[in-house]
Design a protein around this ligand. Structure first.
Ligand SMILES: Nc1nc2c(c(=O)[nH]1)N[C@H]1C(S)=C(S)[C@@H](COP(=O)(O)OP(=O)(O)OC[C@H]3O[C@@H](n4cnc5c(N)ncnc54)[C@H](O)[C@@H]3O)O[C@H]1N2
Ligand code: MOO
Length: 407
């Protein structure tokens, strides 16, 4: 039974989303902010501090009473300077009306001052003596509040920094640190198991590169992952799946799904509740399967990828990355674009063909390696996947193709 790429994307996403929702009902984990590098917040976080913590300057310039400069646009106003204030200083003494405080970006605003004028808008255009006692001329009026960063203008103490469900991005880590938060409650992460199947992996005739590829992808999304290898033995695979389902939320298998005599994944997973095995309209990565394994009160999804190394890489990009990235609180899409092809190509009818390519300095995309789904080394030399639409069978040099960046 055949299926479109979009339909399989949706089916995988539905299974992974359900697994993520179920996992999110497990008790949250308290982790140090510095270690909260993936996933989502389980509970809202409130700021312990005003951010910024004090009124400060947005520019290197002069803190003033705006009122003193009210007529500066008509007649330039000259004010005596007081001592410089730099970032890291304690809050300086009150600024007397009729004086200006040389102040650096991030330095605490002297009480009483209500605006900062950048140094380049003053004359002579420098700060004068560090201890004060200089003169500075202003040629324009200034609105109160100009170039000030008020205490609490980013977030006030006690206010919500991030809501439950917010992804733990690098920016989120920064926001938590600046808000004085040391630990957060994180929703438990989706736990992946990767199961590579095939006698050739167990004997060592073929190195198990698929497990390493999928584990590396999981790690790069911040998701915990374990890897396992089984020979083409249905009883062993069944027993392994039962065991893995206890402490994993999604199981991904590779190999054993096509039409041979030893399709161990198909034998074991086909017929489980919700299972589907068939061809998706894509090359490579055509043979795909889905199924479930029961664990206690719920079903753990099994996503069955074909064994060929390039098929695994492409299947991950098409079907797994979007769903797993969403669960991990990471950006789900790859940068993409369109470019002219540097060379002609042919493509099978009725299937999205995914070729490997490189974007040249001239903006054109050239192909890397042939279409074969065993060409894992040439995949690693590519920096884009080239997507040839389902109904396109030939393209010429200069024709436009869509690409997704993979490196
Ligand atoms: N008669 C048909 N034969 C095949 C079809 C078909 O439709 N009819 N589809 C072909 C396509 S397309 C693919 S893709 C593969 C999928 O096969 P399997 O998922 O059953 O994968 P295996 O046969 O187990 O392995 C295929 C290939 O990949 C190597 N492999 C497997 N696991 C790993 C691993 N963990 N690391 C590295 N390499 C691995 C394995 O040694 C084989 O060379 O079926 C085609 N055949
Ligand atoms: O569709 Mo298979 O995944 O070409 O190699």
């Amino acid at each position: 039974m055949g299926r479109s790429v979009d339909e399989h994307v949706r089916e995988v996403a539905t299974l992974v989303r359900a697994a993520a929702q179920r996992r999110a009902t497990d008790p949250p984990e308290t982790v140090a902010v510095s270690a909260a590098l993936a996933g989502r917040l389980a509970t809202p976080v409130r700021s312990r501090l005003d951010v910024p913590g004090f009124d400060n300057s947005q520019m290197d310039g002069f803190a003033v009473h705006a009122e003193d400069l009210a007529r500066a646009g008509v007649t330039p106003v000259t004010l005596p300077t007081v001592a410089h204030v730099v970032a890291g200083d304690a809050v300086p003494p009150r600024l007397d009306p009729g004086t200006a405080a040389p102040i650096m970006t991030g330095a605490p605003l002297p009480p009483g001052a209500d605006a900062v004028v950048p140094v380049e808008r003053t004359r002579p255009g420098d700060f004068g003596p560090v201890e004060g006692g200089g003169l500075v001329e202003f040629g324009e009026a200034v609105e109160p509040g100009t170039f000030l960063r008020r205490a609490g203008s980013d977030v006030e103490a006690g206010a919500t920094v991030l809501e439950a469900g917010a992804p733990l991005t690098p920016a989120a880590i920064g926001a938590l640190v600046v808000s004085g938060v040391a630990e957060v409650e994180v929703a438990p992460l989706l736990r992946l198991a990767v199961v590579a199947t095939g006698a050739e992996l167990v004997t060592g005739a073929v190195p198990d590169s698929n497990s390493s590829v999928l584990a590396a992808h999981a790690v790069s999304l911040g998701l915990p992952v374990t890897t396992h290898v089984v020979p083409d033995d249905p009883a062993l695979l069944r027993e392994l799946l039962d065991r893995l389902a206890v402490e994993h939320d999604v199981i991904v298998t590779t190999g054993g799904v096509s039409a041979g005599t030893r399709e161990v994944v198909r034998q074991v997973v086909e017929g489980t509740p919700g299972s589907w095995f068939g061809h998706v309209a894509v090359q490579p990565g055509g043979p795909q399967g889905l199924g479930t394994v029961r664990s206690g009160d719920h079903d753990v999804p099994i996503i069955c990828l074909p064994g060929n190394p390039v098929s695994v890489l492409v299947s991950f990009e098409l079907f797994l990355r979007p769903a797993l990235a969403q669960a991990a609180g990471r950006v789900a899409w790859r940068p993409s674009g369109t470019s002219a092809l540097a060379e002609p190509l042919t493509s099978p009818p009725g299937r999205l063909q995914v070729r490997r390519g490189r974007l040249g300095d001239d903006g054109r995309v050239s192909l890397v390696g042939e279409a074969g789904s065993h060409l894992a080394v040439s995949y690693a030399r590519a920096d884009v996947l080239v997507l040839v639409p389902e109904h396109t069978t030939e393209l010429d040099a200069g024709d436009t193709v869509e690409w997704w960046r993979i490196a």
